[in-house]
Each structure stands twice: as structure tokens, then as C-alpha cells.
Design a protein around this ligand. Structure first.
Ligand code: FO1
Length: 322
């Protein structure tokens, strides 16, 4: 189906803003970008996974969303550049340096240029605009903040930086708590607050609620904007008590809460107007629906481009009907 063949949801879509983290968020962002005209779609991306490696500023979620929307993401992993080589990393390894975080040669170009431009005093927002435009990404990608905010995972092995926990330790340590270093000083960018203010529809993509969506929500003013917004919809990242990818379910259980779509919906009830459940969890609809919170039950598993487009269209139609 080409863009023109996909009927716009009933009401004319105004500006659509999506909140996204890593791979799961990028998939729905991709689907939305096939359905919503680029000038009416903004993706606000988590940056609390960012870290420094070999002196380079790495922004994994921004890059995952950017590469996915540019159509160059590695389809197997969801992150990094498809077909990338790893010669530079292998050479670094030959010097005896640990190379647990897989940086491809083309991917390195992004980190080198981002670091260079940041060191020249540009903001992460300006740098992201330049990189994503150069890759032909139509929708606007906005880092949630230009300030430093880093997820710290408190585990039975001590406090770990996010990538240390997620990649080096393969999210096996037992989570006791999560905190965001820099909270209290980090602020959402003016572009983020303006986009949320102007949004006709706001979508929380199926990203990890604890470490991909929460870092965006803790920024001052964001939650207030969501509460004031008329149509805010979240897509459950938990299906059948499991995360489709990554540690969402394991983290929730280790933090003492049920790993379910209901738990996710409950975290957002102060601003949510609609919740999208996978059909596997249809029985949870009655438990989740309440006055002011409508539930859509549909297929939320996104494997093919058509799945991503279909889910995007269903979510938009659902949101437009609220
Ligand atoms: N995830 C991994 O599990 N292993 C990796 O070696 C890895 C490298 C990597 C390089 C660049 C990049 O943008 C993302 C990368 N990721 C890797 C994913 C990264 O850990 C993200 O934080 C997750 O996708 C969660 O958002």
C-alpha cells in the first residue's frame, strides 16, 4: 500500500507526537511515519541510555529510531546499521581493549560526528536534526532533553550504568531499584514542550515503561502536558506477561509488581485516555478500562512493515475517536 492508498483515520490528523525508546518504540515510529505525513509527525526519544565510550557520545535510542526511520537499521538486532562491518572495533580489540558494546564502522561515523558537533557547542537537538535530515528522515526527531540524565540500575551487583546492565551484563543482574542521575537539573527541551502542547494525538510507543518512557515523564512539565492533552494513547509493551524484547517484564517482577499490561496502564492513569492491548490479553480489557480510559484490543506484534503500518493506523484511528 502506498501512502495515498492508506485512508487517513476518520478525523483529519493534526500533529501526532510519539514518545519512544529503543527497538520496540522505533518499530511503531516506523509504522507511524508510513501513515502520517512527515510534517505532522514528531518523535520524542529517550536519551537516558546515552553514555560515553572511547571518548564518543553514544545515543543508542536516538540512533535506533533514526536508522529505523531512514530504513538502514540492522533488521536482525533493530540497532546499528544494516550490513555494517566491525573492522575498527576488531582493531581496538587487538590492543587488548574490551569490545562488549558492538560499534560498527558506519555507526561510528554517527558517534564521531555527533561528538564533534556537541564539542563545538551545538545542542543534541540541533545535532539530531542535522544527522536525521542528512539520512533522509522525514519526521522530526527530538531528544527528550539536551541535558545529562542517565539511568542507573540498582542491582544485586551494585549500581550499574544502563548499557553496562543491559549489554555487558545482558540484563541478568537482579534489579532492586532504578534512578535517573541528573533528575532535578535536566529539563525537557523547549521543542519537546512545544510539540506536546501542539499535539492533537500523543502516542506512548511500546517501549520499556521503566527505562525508556519514565525518563521522558520525569522531566519537569512533561507529565503536566500529557495531563492537559486531549488524546493520549499508550501501546502496551507487555504481551501475555512478557516483553517482546528486552528486560521490561523481568524488571517489573524484580521490582515486586506483576508483569502485565494492567501494570503498565496503571502507571499512566493520571494522563492516559486510551490503552492498546494485544489480543492475547483481551481478557484484561475489563480490568483496565475505566471511565475516561478506553481500551483497544488488536494485534500489537510488529514483525513486517505491514504489521507496523497496520498497528500505527489502528492506534491513530483509536486515538482520533477518543
Ligand atoms: N545492544 C546489545 O544488546 N548489544 C550491543 O552490542 C549493542 C550495541 C549498540 C550499538 C549502537 C546502538 O545504537 C545500540 C546498540 N545496542 C546494543 C542497543 C542498545 O543497548 C540500546 O540501548 C537498546 O536497544 C535499548 O534501548
Amino acid at each position: 500500500m502506498t501512502k495515498s492508498q492508506i485512508p487517513n483515520p476518520k478525523s483529519q490528523i493534526g500533529h501526532c507526537v510519539a514518545l519512544a525508546g529503543g527497538v520496540g518504540g522505533a518499530k511503531l515510529a516506523y509504522g507511524l511515519a508510513q501513515v502520517v505525513p512527515a510534517e505532522r509527525l514528531t518523535i520524542i526519544v529517550n536519551t537516558a541510555d546515552d553514555f560515553e565510550l572511547f571518548g564518543l557520545r553514544i545515543s543508542p535510542d536516538l540512533d535506533t529510531v533514526m536508522y529505523t526511520l531512514a530504513g538502514i537499521a540492522n533488521p536482525e538486532t533493530g540497532w546499528g546499521v544494516a550490513g555494517d562491518s566491525f573492522e575498527t572495533l576488531a582493531a581496538i580489540g587487538r590492543y587488548g581493549q574490551d569490545t562488549w558494546f558492538r560499534l560498527g564502522d558506519r555507526d561510528l561515523a554517527t558517534h564521531i560526528l555527533r561528538t564533534h558537533l556537541l564539542r563545538q557547542g551545538r545542542t543534541l537537538t540541533v545535532v539530531t536534526e542535522r544527522l536525521s535530515r542528512a539520512l533522509g528522515v522525514g519526521p522530526r526527531l527530538l531528544p527528550m532533553t539536551n541535558d545529562w540524565l542517565a539511568t542507573i540500575v540498582e542491582t544485586d551487583e551494585g549500581d550499574l550504568e544502563f548499557q553496562d546492565y543491559f549489554v555487558r551484563r545482558r540484563w541478568q543482574p537482579v534489579v532492586r531499584g532504578i534512578r535517573f542521575a541528573g533528575v532535578g537539573t535536566a529539563r525537557p527541551t523547549p521543542e519537546v514542550l512545544a510539540a506536546l502542547e501542539a499535539a492533537h494525538i500523543i502516542i506512548l510507543c511500546p517501549s520499556n515503561p521503566l527505562v525508556s518512557i519514565d525518563p521522558i515523564l520525569v522531566l519537569p512539565g512533561v507529565r503536566e502536558q500529557l495531563k492537559a492533552a486531549p488524546r493520549v494513547v499508550a501501546v502496551s509493551p507487555i504481551v501475555g506477561g512478557q516483553a517482546l524484547k528486552g528486560p521490561s517484564a523481568k524488571m517489573l517482577v524484580e521490582l515486586g509488581v506483576e508483569a502485565s499490561a494492567h501494570t503498565v496502564a496503571a502507571r499512566y492513569t493520571d494522563f492516559l485516555k486510551g490503552f492498546v492491548l494485544d489480543q492475547v490479553d483481551a481478557a484484561e480489557e475489563a480490568r483496565i478500562a475505566q471511565p475516561g480510559l478506553h481500551v483497544l484490543v488488536t494485534n500489537t506484534i510488529m514483525q513486517s512493515a505491514a504489521d507496523k503500518m497496520m498497528l500505527a493506523r489502528h492506534v491513530l484511528e483509536f486515538a482520533a475517536s477518543l
